[in-house]
Write a protein that binds this ligand. Structure first.
Ligand SMILES: *[C@@H]1O[C@H](CO)[C@@H](O)[C@H](O)[C@H]1NC(C)=O
Ligand SMILES: *[C@@H]1O[C@H](CO)[C@@H](O)[C@H](O)[C@H]1NC(C)=O
Ligand SMILES: *[C@@H]1O[C@H](CO)[C@@H](O)[C@H](O)[C@H]1NC(C)=O
Ligand SMILES: *[C@@H]1O[C@H](CO)[C@@H](O)[C@H](O)[C@H]1NC(C)=O
Ligand SMILES: *[C@@H]1O[C@H](CO)[C@@H](O)[C@H](O)[C@H]1NC(C)=O
Ligand SMILES: *[C@@H]1O[C@H](CO)[C@@H](O)[C@H](O)[C@H]1NC(C)=O
Length: 316
């Protein structure tokens, strides 16, 4: 073979394989039959790693760049976008345009302050994580009316209001995280438009009271986390789990609550005669993990369901 032919062959090989296995500098790419995953770990990237990004990328993870969004149109098959810790301070309204397969976005630990209208309308999102930003303002039309979203995490932000408009039906939403915000109240029936919701984390806010119908129509709800709010009393028909509550309202025999609704374990239960209702309920239904007393000292860490009438100071 002459050297010209050798050279031509070598060029062909370089050309074909660079193209087939292209991957941005400082990133790693994993190709499989169904997915192309690109991870740009910390990378010292100074800009979006557009050069060499495989056109069929299905999952993209980038850390630590100052980032602008328009480049995503080059990777229309994207299914997952992970952008934690990128100092992102805003989202363009057309960020997700053309991404018809994108089901998961993780924007944890950025610097977002507001969520503009329509920003999440363009992609069929199922999982959206906006945890640990500075979000205080959310446009009422941030999610499409017929969104199929199942997992939404807005914890660790600065929200003062419940983020969903009443009219917004999220009929597939199962998990809603609003922990560590500044919510002062939950609108009456705030979960009515989320019939499939199973978990509601709203601990570490500033909620002072709950309407008795707050969770009225939430038939699929199995877990509510309310600890570390400012609740010190609750309407008798709402089941509670706030950490300042030390007993359930008395005279609540008509309460038709299901104890598996609430994670009781976060309450510093004071085990005296006032917890009679809870004690009776727990001796009838078993709940895992088992709620324990935090006081008085002699009953500390005792499982409530195992206490005797005498121990909690009830007459025989
Ligand atoms: C993506 O492109 C690469 C290179 O052309 C190919 O090897 C891989 O099979 C493709 N993956 C998908 C999911 O189409
Ligand atoms: C993030 O990028 C900055 C430069 O933009 C760099 O100084 C810093 O070390 C990077 N951090 C990590 C964890 O890579
Ligand atoms: C939700 O899913 C349905 C059925 O797959 C689809 O018709 C609808 O467009 C989806 N909604 C959004 C906002 O993607
Ligand atoms: C969602 O539905 C409500 C009432 O059904 C309507 O007023 C609102 O404009 C709709 N929003 C969008 C973005 O379609
Ligand atoms: C529970 O969620 C399912 C959908 O996952 C829904 O069909 C059903 O109506 C919900 N139940 C109640 C009581 O809302
Ligand atoms: C309480 O709810 C759980 C989970 O939804 C269910 O399995 C259980 O049967 C319910 N218990 C009662 C007494 O209704």
């Amino acid at each position: 073979m002459n050297s010209w032919l050798m050279h031509a062959l070598a060029m062909t090989v370089v050309f074909c394989c660079r193209d087939a296995l292209s991957c941005p500098m400082r990133c790693t790419c994993h190709f499989s039959a169904k997915t192309t995953e690109v991870v740009c770990p910390d990378a010292d990237l100074s800009s979006f790693p557009g050069d060499g990004l495989p056109g069929n990328t299905t999952s993209l993870t980038i850390h630590n760049i100052t980032w602008t969004a328009q480049h995503l149109t080059a990777i229309p098959l994207l299914e997952e976008l992970h952008l934690p810790g990128n100092k992102l301070s805003s989202l363009a309204a057309d960020l997700l345009k053309g991404l018809h397969y994108l089901h998961t976005i993780d924007l944890t630990d950025n610097e977002l302050q507001e969520i503009p209208a329509y920003v999440f309308h363009h992609a069929p999102l199922l999982n959206l994580v906006l945890k640990d930003n500075r979000i205080s303002s959310i446009h009422p039309d941030w999610l499409p009316n017929n969104s199929n979203i199942t997992w939404l995490d807005l914890s660790g932000n600065h929200l003062m209001k419940f983020p969903m408009a009443q009219r917004q039906s999220l009929s597939h939403l199962k998990v809603l995280h609003l922990s560590q915000n500044k919510l002062e109240e939950l609108p009456v029936g705030c979960l009515v438009a989320h019939p499939a919701q199973e978990r509601f984390n709203v601990d570490q806010n500033k909620i002072q009271s709950l309407d008795e119908k707050a969770f009225c129509c939430s038939g699929n709800l199995t877990h509510i986390f309310l600890q570390k709010n400012r609740l010190d009393s609750l309407p008798p028909t709402v089941f509670q789990g706030d950490n300042r509550l030390q007993f359930l309202p008395t005279g609540s025999d008509t309460l038709d609550i299901n104890t598996s609704w609430v994670e009781l374990i976060f309450n510093p239960w004071h085990c005296d005669a006032k917890i009679e209702y809870l004690w009776r309920k727990l001796t009838m239904e078993s709940l895992q993990p088992e709620p324990k007393c935090t006081a008085p000292e002699n009953l500390k860490d005792h499982v409530i369901a195992t206490l005797t009438r005498k121990e909690i100071g009830l007459p025989d």
